[in-house]
Design a protein. Structure first.
Length: 598
């Protein structure tokens, strides 16, 4: 058998013969002539002696070990996985942050440059993976109630791990297999939880709540201006599109208005009440004014679980006003979108018997559950809802879904067949890539949620979230008891697992001070708010400096609510997703901080 070198030499001779033929035959195809010339030049630059197939075979063998075998997982992967898990166990110490593991790096490993030759996977585990997962808040522990980030439950972690191995792409059925069915099933379950009819609803998992909100507004544009996707700005030259939301609406909608060409000036904000819900009277005035000004309200954006306070807009009240004004002025109905990224999961309590109370919650928690059922039953009035299982669904990032009550709304976003020439094997109308913005979507979002839903069931979710609510109510009571003259809870009557509060210096009447912050309108009132904001942030920084490695990490928000002065009111926050957060430790820590300052 000829060696590669001898074969190359033979090829070289054949090409010379062809070029000679080319000189004889002037009618030889010009393209062939050019290719032959390029091949000859390449071969002239090639040192035949440097062609060493045994080296290439060795390197192929070396680096293809990083591929999984055709079946099973292989010993290499299993052994390395065990190595990784042992390292992760060391990383996750019993503390509020992951350990700072910065092993001594081999002198030949320069992390500022990609190595010319690959390093061992064991080295990658210790010097890359573990190194850069150090000093992260230990979200799976009970020390991190600082924000709406939950501990990931084991079923969802396993689902994410499995998806990384199998690697399905939900944008296209041929690439996703049965994972497509997992998404459809997850959407159906979510629809039932939030009060939509699963048979009529349709949705998909996306890359986060921001993406879902953006795409809901994109749908609103298509409903208001049919053909907008093709015609663009020309389709609404005669009317100015506007979005109406509360002043506490998520900033992603401002960005969506910017990206979609609506313009940030065309986002109309409405004041909120003390319960953080939109003021219906002000909303009606703003919507009616927009209609009279010949503007087209394309989307009404509401919140069901504000990120900090967990406040809920009056969805039914806004729905009724929309119906009234649209009938009065004979105009099309704007799309009603609800951001329930935080609060969607509270729908699990709809089937909980508060009279029998089978899980044994205390009376205050039962009252909270009743309040949640009253508020979140109104999600059914929305046209679309965004949910984040990576919050109260206890999955890892990212698991978010956008759901439309009427599947016809989602189909307004469907692309033309000509736009997707790559997808030819499946029926065009069935593959998700026809209507989703992404053409690459992992399956871990729906599979993580399904794994948790089936592993916990209604009882499991009701137990974990119900106990977290009970802990939150207890924290509010303990804060008021221990700081009776110096602390005001800002969301005392808002049901859920969030506690927002604000300290006032000794000698200040906290109730009068907070009333002044909410309703004061003078320059002096605005200055007073700023001074108390600065006081609280100084205390918060002091709390960080005094925090031990087992002290729960608390959060802080620069804008919890905005009073009549227009100045944002800041506050501390504790959001209990992990039901075993030590609230007594929080109280002790805050007492220490407050006494140090005063």
């Amino acid at each position: 058998m000829k060696s590669n070198a001898s074969r190359l030499k033979t090829t070289h001779k054949d090409i010379e013969d062809l070029l000679l033929l080319n000189n004889i035959n002037p009618y030889l195809n010009k393209t062939i002539k050019l290719e032959l010339k390029m091949i000859k030049e390449t071969l002239q630059d090639t040192n035949i002696d440097n062609i060493k197939p045994e080296i290439l075979e060795y390197l192929v063998s070396k680096y293809t070990q990083y591929l999984l075998p055709n079946s099973g997982l292989g010993n290499t992967f299993l052994n390395l996985s065990e190595n990784l898990f042992k390292s992760l166990a060391l990383l996750r110490k019993n503390a509020n942050f992951t350990a700072c593991i910065d092993s001594k790096i081999d002198c030949e490993l320069n992390l500022k440059e990609i190595p010319q030759q690959g390093i061992s996977i064991e080295t990658v585990i210790h010097h890359i993976i573990i190194k850069y997962l150090s000093d992260v808040p230990n979200y799976s522990s009970n020390y991190v109630p600082l924000n709406v980030i939950p501990p990931s439950l084991i079923p969802s972690i396993l689902a994410k791990f499995a998806c990384a191995i199998i690697n399905p792409n939900l944008a296209y059925e041929s690439y996703a297999g049965k994972a497509i069915e997992a998404e459809q099933l997850a959407i159906s379950h979510i629809a039932k939880i939030i009060g939509f009819e699963p048979e009529k609803a349709l949705g998909y998992f996306t890359s986060g709540g921001s993406s879902g909100n953006y795409w809901a507004i994109r749908c609103a544009l298509e409903k208001a201006f049919p053909g907008w996707g093709k015609k663009g700005f020309k389709s609404f030259l005669d009317k100015e599109p506007v979005i109406i939301q509360s002043i506490l609406g998520h900033y992603t909608n401002i960005n969506a208005a910017r990206l979609l060409g609506i313009g940030t000036d065309n986002v109309i904000t409405v004041p909120t009440k003390q319960n953080f819900g939109i003021c219906l009277k002000a909303f009606k005035l703003q919507m009616e004014k927009a209609i009279k000004d010949k503007k087209q309200v394309i989307c009404i954006y509401l919140i069901a679980g504000c990120t900090d306070s967990f406040g809920v807009d009056d969805i039914k009240g806004v729905f009724d006003i929309r119906e009234e004004l649209c009938q009065k002025y004979s105009i099309s109905k704007p799309h009603l979108h609800v951001d329930a990224a935080v609060g969607w999961i509270y729908g699990i309590f709809k089937n909980y018997s508060v009279n029998d109370n089978p899980l044994g919650f205390d009376l205050e928690t039962i009252a909270t559950i009743k309040s949640l059922n009253n508020l979140y039953s109104n999600l059914r009035y929305a046209d679309s809802v965004i949910v984040d299982p990576h919050k109260h669904g206890f999955t890892s990032y990212t698991s978010s879904a956008l759901i439309f009550k009427n599947k016809k709304d989602l189909l307004l976003l469907q692309k033309d067949l000509e736009e997707t020439p790559y997808f030819t094997e499946d029926s065009f109308c069935s593959f998700p890539g026809a209507y989703t913005p992404e053409t690459s979507r992992p399956a871990d979002g729906p599979l993580m949620l399904l794994s948790n839903l089936y592993a916990l069931g209604y009882e499991g979710y009701q137990t974990i979230i119900g106990y977290a609510i009970q802990q939150t109510n207890a924290l509010k009571s303990k804060l008021e008891f221990n700081f009776s003259k110096s602390l005001q809870i800002l969301n005392k009557d808002v049901p859920g697992t969030s506690t927002i509060w604000r300290f006032y210096p000794n000698g200040t009447d906290r109730e009068k001070a907070h009333t002044r912050e909410l309703f004061g309108t003078t320059q002096e009132d605005a200055l007073f708010i700023q001074q108390i904001n600065e006081y609280n942030y100084r205390l918060f920084l002091e709390a960080k400096s005094l925090r031990g490695n087992k002290t729960p990490i608390l959060g802080y928000s620069n804008q919890v609510i905005i009073g009549k002065s227009g100045i944002p009111i800041s506050g501390w926050k504790c959001i209990i997703f992990h039901p075993l957060v030590d609230i007594n430790s929080i109280i002790s820590h805050l007492i220490n901080v407050f006494n140090n300052e005063n």
